[in-house]
Design a protein around this ligand. Sequence first.
Ligand SMILES: Nc1ncnc2c1ncn2[C@@H]1O[C@H](COP(=O)(O)OP(=O)(O)O)[C@@H](O)[C@H]1O
Ligand SMILES: [Mg+2]
Length: 282
Amino acid sequence: MSAPTLPLDMTAPAAKQQGGEAIRFENVTLAFDDKVVLDDISFRLPHGETKALFGVAGSGKSTILKLALGLMKPDSGHIHVLGEDVTQMSEEALFGLRRQIGMVFQESALFDSRTVRENVAFRLMEEGSVSEDEIDRRVREALSFVELERTVDMFPSELSGGMRRRVAIARAIVTQPEILLYDSPTGGLDPVTSTTIVELIVKQRDVYKTSSLMVTHRLQDAFIMATHYFDRNANKMLPLPKGVHCEVPMAFLILRDGKVIFDGDLDDLAKTRDEYIREYIA
Ligand SMILES: Nc1ncnc2c1ncn2[C@@H]1O[C@H](COP(=O)(O)OP(=O)(O)O)[C@@H](O)[C@H]1O
Ligand SMILES: [Mg+2]
């Protein structure tokens, strides 16, 4: 990646709330018709941590993100986001809570008829109270973070898949959210481009330390994240020395048949005897 222009006035939002949890699922169960998708799921995402959520297609990963955003209600159980129980909140209160969450949707989900600038500015414009100069400054800052300042006047159709994904990340971080949710950020990308997106997520993690839940269908991506850090001087992702953990705690959550079959760090993962998991980490 090129020119290091880290907007340093955007300090880690996680620092605002030390301790406690960004997200907590407590015995969450959800079925569609007679198909139980989530069966008594519990997990926590502590403030400032990053958690990779892995499972095969259809295992309920996107559903977990929708539940955390309060876009769906579980059949039973509780979901706390930034200390509030989203299963009990009004639409209006949820709207306020969602403003503190940045979401990177599956397949980027950019507005095709809007420029990169308008896509990234979208939520700031929605706020209604941010001045045009301030919007422009923050959009440029977010685009500079993902190293795409030059695309500000382009349309999504003029960008490659990897660039669109970077714009989606800029759009999610522009509001300086307390929590970031990524839905399969490398889905549909070739391996080389995937790695550049993982590098960007690692950069976001290590620079801002935003509490993040990253859905992935590629356990490989989460491995790279757990074994690398973003070096600000070199302005790139580098491998951590052997035995050294990244500064931001990085955990893995693995779903299978509606259950959490693993919740722990890389060391725990390496030690697991679970045959199904071993197949994926072999
Ligand atoms: N709104 C819905 N109505 C009915 N079934 C749904 C709905 N949303 C998701 N599902 C089903 O729930 C399961 C989990 O979906 P999803 O969370 O999208 O999986 P993943 O993101 O892990 O691929 C799938 O079998 C899917 O078909
Ligand atoms: Mg999904």
